[in-house]
Design a protein around this ligand. Structure first.
Ligand code: HEC
Ligand code: HEC
Length: 409
């Protein structure tokens, strides 16, 4: 028994405290020694392993024991009849498939502390009589915000927005392919972990390549756009598709990390389209030289004889990149696209290919450099410069890319 408890017991006996008071002091002792330090700790609780923000074990503790207990019972988090079955203990016990060692230790201590305290507290008649104030314990944020900031959802968004686009960075940044770059520049160029987006995200944050305070200052954006010198040269331009996807994720990640979202309305809108970059390349020749360095976007619609227009309503692929004026050339790999939740979306996530056949290619050029000024702007009818029909097997690989002539009007 800890020395101060022995002293306390001796004192209790001298003062002739009743059994009830003894129970109370024991639960209070556990509360003070083991629960309050959790509330006052600057470190995140074990919940952080699955919740980037929005919930913390601290939300379930108040400075006053009776108030904490009464509110937890009222909120259904403590089961006074079967303390071991308390929902709060269940929350704390949740463990991810691959827990980190640090949070495993934190979790063990939290669970031991709350188990010990709850078991003492439910034996204390004074505590059982305590009335809960109207304020309930637990997360104060709307459920949508809590859900949005869950790590499984954060990872899904990272995959949709960054991981997918980063296939374009893999030649120099995946350890499977970048021996030359590593020899020349050092191990830090290997910021991708093959087949492991979760590990990649973790590394990007820990290595400081994602700036969670000022997302636009992230090297992950500054390097490939050459806003900061980049060994790989220019890999995206401000406002293009990859930039948009990266930036969307980075802004959202920073907002969640800082706990900025307070209402469901502030959450970013769900992307209604799913995309994956496949092996299919597409080239336009005879592009007007005047479009040099301007961002050109193609949208591909599949032939659909049953529809009135003769083409699919949703696009099947898209791509954008700057025009190489001198070569009268535009070429890039295609992002295969489908409406989210459609059967085709599932197929393309498993295998992003374009079925053979005829497609309508609509072409847009950002002649006014609108996207550079406003990265959230989208190209539309005003930027439309022409369309062509292209029939191809759409084979994969840079060497077998489908080519077409820029339309003359
Ligand atoms: C192993 C991962 C994991 C850990 C650790 C974890 N949670 Fe969760 N939590 C989830 C998942 C997944 C959901 C949503 C689905 C569900 O409720 O099963 C969730 C849902 C919640 C919700 C309800 C929100 C909703 O969607 O209805 C709250 C509140 C919550 N967790 C609090 C906590 C607290 C507090 C801790 C730490 C003591 C914690 N969680 C630890 C995975 C975890
Ligand atoms: C042709 C090769 C090549 C490609 C493709 C490439 N990079 Fe790089 N990148 C490099 C080299 C070489 C370095 C190391 C020198 C430097 O820091 O600029 C580097 C460095 C970086 C760094 C800094 C890493 C660190 O820890 O210091 C980031 C971030 C980065 N690149 C992002 C990207 C992104 C994002 C893409 C894809 C959109 C990309 N790169 C595509 C060659 C490439």
């Amino acid at each position: 028994m800890p020395r101060h408890l022995v002293r306390f017991m001796a004192l209790a006996v001298t003062m002739g405290l009743t059994c009830e008071a003894w129970a109370e002091s024991k639960s209070l002792d556990v509360f003070t020694r083991r629960i309050l330090p959790i509330m006052n700790s600057a470190k995140p609780s074990s919940c952080a392993e699955c919740h980037l923000s929005g919930v913390d074990l601290k939300d379930y503790i108040r400075a006053d024991q009776a108030e904490t207990f009464a509110a937890l019972v009222k909120g259904g988090m403590i089961d006074a009849k079967q303390p071991k079955k308390s929902k709060l203990l269940e929350f704390i016990s949740r463990t991810p498939a691959k827990p980190s060692l640090v949070s495993a230790d934190v979790r063990k201590e939290e669970l031991a502390a709350f188990t010990a305290w709850i078991e003492e507290a439910v034996r204390d008649p004074e505590l059982l009589k305590a009335k809960a104030s109207s304020e309930s314990l637990g997360p104060k944020l709307p459920i949508e915000v809590v859900r949005h900031a869950r790590n499984d959802r954060v990872l899904a968004s990272f995959i949709d927005n960054v991981w997918v686009e980063a296939t374009r960075c893999a030649a120099c940044h995946s350890p499977l392919l970048n021996k030359e770059q590593v020899k020349k520049h050092g191990e830090q160029v290997s910021w991708m972990t093959p087949d492991d987006p979760a590990a990649t995200l973790k590394h990007l944050v820990e290595a400081g390549l994602i700036d969670t305070k000022e997302p636009t200052k992230s090297l992950l954006l500054l390097k490939p756009t050459m806003q900061v010198k980049h060994g790989g040269g220019i890999k995206m331009v401000v406002g293009d598709r990859s930039y948009k996807q990266f930036r969307k994720f980075l802004e959202d990640y920073a907002a969640m990390s800082a706990g900025k979202y307070q209402t469901a309305d502030e959450l970013p809108k769900r992307d209604e389209e799913v995309s994956r970059i496949g092996e299919v390349w597409f080239k336009l020749t005879d592009v007007p030289e005047g479009f040099d360095k301007q961002l050109l976007q193609v949208d591909l619609y599949r032939q659909d004889t049953k529809s009135k227009s003769g083409w699919s309503k949703a696009r099947w692929a898209t791509s954008d990149r700057q025009v190489f004026g001198k070569g009268k050339l535009w070429q890039h790999s295609l992002s295969i696209t489908a409406p989210r939740d459609s059967a085709r979306a599932k197929e393309l996530i498993a295998k992003p290919t374009l079925p053979p056949g005829k497609y309508l290619v609509k072409i847009y050029v950002d002649r006014a450099a609108r996207l550079e000024k406003d990265w959230q702007a989208e190209l539309g009818e005003k930027d439309f410069v022409g369309q062509i029909e292209v029939d191809s097997r759409w084979p994969g690989g840079y060497g077998s890319m489908t080519a077409a002539k820029f339309p003359t009007r």
